[in-house]
Ligand binder design. Structure first.
Ligand code: ZN
Length: 314
């Protein structure tokens, strides 16, 4: 069991936003002297947990300069509109392609209800309030955001979605990966190395871009992967290879497997990967929701590929 707040190092605190289960989704507080930023907000119901993280640090809401979100999916940015209402000096830093979804979250909400089912949506993600456009700053690839004199490097990292940013904090050598560097839960630790699986969630997932992004992130040689689901994880190059190999298998499976059998195929693949890593299989059910989302996102990607192929033949 993880604790709700964990100080990593160099002023970085991981906040367990208690979405789905403890140890599933994180937001982060980065502090430099008397100022701070949040990276990710978690879903809407997590806002009180984030505000409590500030109080524990002896920081006022006025101390927060920005909320940086890796992408607009509601487990990452669902709390943005509500959190901003509590932070008078903060702006929201987001990928340019994410702006319209946060100022009018109605499409995100409808999409999430389709992906998760309405009941689960209401019980876990809860909704989203619109962000005031005047408080949004868009991020360009390679741009620096300064927290005092501490540079945070903003990176355009498409693949999981087309509005995805990663944020590299040179001071901690921590890389906030969002969902661009897969998913890795601590319940699976104890094998040859940690389990890491791709995050191929609907609806914009693109395998080619995801693989290119992985290589770009690995080349930064971070010390820590500050993953939303669920870091920190010490970086090692083998993790990149594990993800890349699985993505190649995902592609092969998507090409030859009927859509309704894809979840089963991904589960079998993951189970074999656990065996290779000498990790017991008995917690595989913890991955059920992710593998279900992965199957949906992969099928949507595959259908898009087929449509492209068909239209280029005509
Ligand atoms: Zn996510």
């Amino acid at each position: 069991m993880t604790s709700r707040y964990q100080e990593i190092h160099a002023g970085v605190t991981r906040i367990d936003v208690e979405y789905v289960r403890p140890g599933f989704a994180a937001a982060w507080l980065v502090r430099e002297q008397d100022q701070a930023v949040f990276v990710e907000t978690g879903p809407l119901p997590a806002v009180p947990i984030l505000l409590e993280a500030l109080t524990r640090q002896g920081l006022s809401p006025e101390a927060v300069q920005a909320i940086l979100v890796t992408h607009v999916h509601l487990d990452h940015a669902g709390g943005a509109g509500e959190l901003l209402r509590h932070l008078p000096n903060a702006r929201l830093v987001v990928h340019p392609r994410g702006v319209e979804h946060l100022t009018d979250p109605s499409r995100l909400i409808e999409g999430a209800k389709v992906v998760y089912g309405t009941e689960r949506f209401l019980a876990t993600l809860g909704g989203a309030t619109p962000v005031d456009p005047a408080r949004i700053t868009t991020a360009k690839d390679g741009e620096l955001f300064f927290l005092q004199d501490r540079p945070l490097i903003l990176l355009d990292t498409p693949g999981h979605s087309l509005n995805h940013l990663c944020i590299f904090d040179e001071k901690s050598r921590g890389l906030f990966t969002g969902d661009a560097f897969g998913l890795s839960y601590r319940e699976f630790d104890g094998g040859i190395r940690p389990l890491i699986i791709p995050a191929t969630t609907p609806t914009q997932f693109d395998i080619t871009q995801y693989r290119a992004t992985l290589q770009r992130l690995a080349a930064l040689q971070p010390e820590w992967l500050l993953m939303t689901h669920f870091g920190p994880l010490p970086f090692q190059p083998e993790l990149t290879d594990d993800l890349d190999r699985q993505l190649q298998h995902y592609q092969q499976l998507a090409e030859k497997t009927n859509e309704k059998n894809l979840f089963h195929a991904l589960t079998t693949l993951t189970s074999a990967h656990l065996n290779t890593l000498q990790i017991p299989n008995d917690s595989l059910n913890l991955l059920e929701m992710d593998l279900n989302l992965n199957a949906q996102g992969l099928a949507i990607w595959q259908n898009r590929q087929q449509r492209k192929a068909t239209s280029s033949c005509n």
